[in-house]
Design a protein around this ligand. Structure first.
Ligand SMILES: *[C@@H]1O[C@H](CO)[C@@H](O)[C@H](O)[C@H]1NC(C)=O
Ligand SMILES: *[C@@H]1O[C@H](CO)[C@@H](O)[C@H](O)[C@H]1NC(C)=O
Ligand SMILES: *[C@@H]1O[C@H](CO)[C@@H](O)[C@H](O)[C@H]1NC(C)=O
Length: 424
């Protein structure tokens, strides 16, 4: 009797160990295992070299012509381009900007400006020319997803403009602090975000800062191109601040997933999409930035992306419907998911976790996006009119305008702590 009881304990412990090992409360059947292996084989192309990153990632250097983008049915015959045909003209037109505040006097002097960030894996090696660095998808990454099919996907997730969209956003528990361009025709955008490592309370929440390039409306098959930084435990298995990209051509229904989704054609051998960005900014300390520039090539219509001065790659025009022609709205700012655990707003932070207005001196304390510009139909960079929108009480946003030639240009501060006395 006693022996068998001990035996049962041992069996139980082994079962718990196995349960934990699979990660997510799931005991897998062999078809599921086969499905996961199939997905991993699709996502992880045979590398010519692999680099172990200090953050636990494996970065595979994959031959540029074998990247997952070319698995997309629309890109079967695609000939890779290494350079855009055109860059937007850097001339800035004098456009009146709706300002809510005067110029900040507390920015850095030109000699002590913010530094750009790098990626953790750079300390352990480089990808050779002719390859691109890809963060390897591990079995446990897939197991964290609610289903194998949903790995890397996202549901409704863009700043709401009308009542239908607001309803969807509330249902999905998404909250925003964003600056949005008003009606127009846009062929690109540019801006620099400072990087933070916000606290995210629940594993199925996230906190991010990004740009949205939007064509169409939710009910007619929204197209988006998105890029920025995010903290998202469910997707990456840690709390690191990571570079992400995203696109959809049907309002997040069938298309659309983070990072490894086929479709984005990468040309750069230094930047791993999904890789950890390091270091991040410190309150009252050094500020580190991610400068994002995305524009539509006037000749081929592809949307190119440059990050911190590195040409990263492009979204081919053929992936899209509305964005094949132009974007009709451009947003910058922050988004979080609040699961409202135990009837409270969670303590998930946006940006630095500080409200912009609670500080005399915002620079080095709150999250910002500076030098926001958009590309017009003549391929010129322009200063946009920004309209601020935010979730009251939990997060906030303050737009500010300075002379377009200075360090700040059109910029805004945003973020907040989540749960606080005004946001219970
Ligand atoms: C690729 O080329 C083949 C043969 O020319 C053609 O049948 C097919 O439609 C093309 N696919 C795409 C997506 O353009
Ligand atoms: C902004 O600056 C102008 C000129 O320096 C001044 O007249 C105005 O009162 C300021 N506005 C605010 C909101 O501080
Ligand atoms: C991430 O942050 C959460 C919330 O602070 C913490 O509970 C968790 O242990 C962290 N996870 C990792 C992998 O560091």
């Amino acid at each position: 009797m006693k022996l068998s009881f001990h035996f049962m304990i041992v069996v139980y412990v082994l079962m718990v160990a196995r349960y934990c090992y699979t990660g997510n409360n799931k005991l897998l059947t062999s078809p599921q295992n086969a499905q996961i292996q199939k997905l991993l084989n699709e996502l992880n192309k045979p590398p010519v070299k692999s680099i172990n990153s200090p953050d636990g990632d494996i970065i595979d250097c994959v031959p540029i012509h074998q990247q997952p983008a070319f698995d997309h049915p629309l890109l079967k015959n695609h000939t890779i381009k290494m350079r855009p045909n055109h860059y937007p003209n850097p001339k800035v037109d004098e456009i009146k900007v709706s300002s809510t505040m005067n110029a900040s006097k507390d920015g850095p002097s030109s000699s002590s400006s913010s530094s750009s960030t790098t990626q953790s894996w750079h300390s352990n090696g480089k990808c050779p020319r002719g390859t691109i660095p890809i963060r390897r998808t591990k079995r446990e990454d897939v197991l964290r997803a609610s289903s194998i099919q949903s790995y890397g996907k996202k549901t409704f997730s863009f700043p709401p403009l009308n009542s239908i969209e607001s309803e969807l956003a509330i249902n999905e528990q998404h909250e925003y602090a964003i600056a949005s361009t008003s009606d127009g025709q846009f062929y690109g955008t540019k801006g620099a975000l400072n990087l933070w490592n916000p606290h995210v309370q629940e594993s199925n929440e996230f906190s991010l800062a990004q740009t949205w390039i939007i064509g169409g409306t939710y009910d007619t098959g929204l197209n988006t191109i998105e890029a920025g930084w995010q903290v998202y435990r469910d997707l990456y298995g840690d709390n690191n601040t990571r570079l992400f990209i995203y696109w959809t051509s049907d309002a997040y229904q069938k298309t659309g997933c983070y990072n490894l989704c086929s479709g984005f054609v990468q040309t750069n051998n230094k930047i791993a999409i999904g890789g950890t960005l390091t270091p991040t900014s410190q309150i009252d300390g050094s500020q580190y930035e991610l400068a994002i520039f995305i524009w539509k090539d006037g000749k081929d219509g592809d949307w190119w992306m440059d990050i911190n001065g590195e040409l990263v790659g492009y979204w081919p025009s053929s992936l899209f419907s509305y964005l094949r022609v132009k974007a009709t709205r451009i947003d910058w700012g922050g988004e979080i998911v609040n699961r409202g655990t135990n009837g409270h707003h969670t303590t998930t932070q946006m940006g630095s976790g500080k409200f912009p207005q609670k500080w005399q001196q915002w620079y080095r304390r709150a999250s910002y996006v500076r030098k926001v510009e958009t590309v017009d139909s003549s391929n010129y960079l322009r200063i946009p009119v920004l309209n601020a929108y935010h979730e009251p009480h939990c997060y906030d946003i303050m737009t500010r305008v300075t002379n377009e030639d200075d360090y700040w240009g059109t910029h805004f501060y945003f973020g907040g702590p989540g749960r606080n006395k005004d946001c219970p």
